[in-house]
Design a binder for this molecule. Structure first.
Ligand code: HSE
Length: 402
């Protein structure tokens, strides 16, 4: 039998305990032994909870109990989560988490510590929730040189953009709807401003390209600038607007950023709507591989966390060898030099647009503004043209094979 402890009894922690109980027989079969929750650490009271007998408030009980071999960190954030994760790894307990903020900031340090102590630090649920993407990337695709990763990595923003597109509601109304349905947090900043997507593309980039990519290195734009007009004009052009995290190899460095993109209705990600996530990984041998499914939520996240617990239970004294180097200034280049077509919405006339941009494709806009798609050019080129008297009300990249 494997004894585990669960730190934090919020959405993720309670989901893990619940699924371990509900699917106990199958999990025992898959792990080839029983996985039993010995402790749940939370400072709050849960006296009416069916697992109330497992609750403790003192982390030291977990650290000092040699029977606990795997710890699920479901606290979230950095401070306490970092301290507890370090303490567990230092004494050789494996740690499983969905905490993308912690991994994006401290992943290389914690992976190194796990390696030194012959323990594992696993985090499948940190990107894509219930979608298997980290294990395929680090195991099934390891024969490849990865050249690009991009995806819809945040369920809340995808829900909002889908709702705006389908119902014609504005950003505030769709955000409120997402909050009412429990998708968006009361403080939605991390989602709508792109920080959550940023952390996830940092983790994928670090895994795929071998150097730690920090959130501070990734230019990040959220969805608050996307209007229903933009969605309407994009639709007329045959596109949807999705928030993408994107990283691609540029020489011996990478370019990584987060921004709303126009994606063609023919694109595989165009059908990834609502709270779903979709990730495309491009390998030089396998080509494009697409991962799609529930990117957030209690049970999908628990599904991935428990898969890691089972994996850790099978590798108690063997390393999974997930690792990357510490990263360095200059590894992540600005996306300004990446080529793409661009979508622009402006008050400038069509004549002025054609004079400055040459051939463009116009969307049928209202009589008071102009929306169009440019040819392929990098960010510096487009900024130079816009400086010549075209004030962009919206300016988004168009995802293409550039
Ligand atoms: N807030 C995140 C989302 C949760 O909406 O995708 C999962 O990471």
């Amino acid at each position: 039998m494997i004894n585990i402890a669960v730190l934090g009894y919020g959405v993720v922690g309670s989901g893990v305990v619940s699924v371990l109980d509900k699917n106990a027989d199958r999990i025992t079969q898959n792990a080839a032994q029983e996985i039993s929750v010995k402790y749940i650490l939370d400072i709050r009271e849960f006296s009416d909870d069916p697992y109330s007998h497992l609750f403790i408030k003192d982390f030291e009980i977990i650290v000092s109990d040699p029977e606990v071999q795997i710890v699920v960190e479901a606290i979230g954030g950095i401070d306490a989560a970092l301290m507890y994760t370090r303490r567990c790894l230092e004494i050789g307990k494996s740690v499983v988490t969905s905490n993308k903020e912690l991994i994006a900031e401290h992943g290389s340090e914690l992976l190194q510590l796990a390696k030194e102590k012959n323990a594992n630090y696993l985090f499948e649920a940190s990107v894509g929730g219930g979608i298997p993407v980290i294990r395929p990337l680090t195991q099934c695709m390891t024969a490849n040189i990865i050249t690009e990763i991009y995806g819809i990595l945040n369920g809340t923003t995808n829900y909002i953009l889908t709702d705006m597109d389908k119902t014609g509601a504005d950003f505030s109304a769709s955000l409120l709807d997402a909050q009412n349905k429990g998708y968006a947090e009361a403080d939605p900043t991390a989602d709508v401003d792109g920080h959550d997507t940023c952390r996830k593309i940092c983790i994928l980039s670090s895994l795929a390209f071998g150097q730690h990519v920090f959130p501070s290195q990734v230019q990040t734009e959220g969805i608050t600038g996307v209007t229903i007009e933009d969605l309407h004009y994009a639709s007329e052009l045959g596109y949807k607007i999705k928030l993408l995290g994107r990283a691609r190899v540029v020489g011996d460095k990478i370019s990584a950023y987060v921004a709303p993109h126009l994606i063609s209705n023919d694109s595989i990600l165009a059908v990834v709507d609502g709270v779903m996530n979709g990730v495309v990984v491009r390998g030089n041998a396998v080509g494009d591989v697409v991962f799609c499914g529930a990117g957030a939520g209690k049970l999908p996240t628990a599904s991935s966390v428990i898969a890691d617990v089972i994996d850790a239970s099978k590798h108690l004294h063997a390393q999974k060898w997930i690792s990357w180097k510490t990263g360095y200034d200059g590894f992540v280049k600005s996306p300004m030099l990446l080529d793409s077509a661009w979508y622009i919405r402006t008050d400038a006339s069509r004549e002025k647009v054609e004079k400055e941009f040459g051939n463009v494709i116009f969307s049928e806009g209202s009589s008071i503004e102009t929306a169009f798609m440019t040819g392929v050019m990098n960010g510096e080129m487009i900024d130079d043209i816009l400086k010549r008297g075209i004030s962009a009300k919206s300016q988004f990249r168009v995802l293409g094979d550039h």
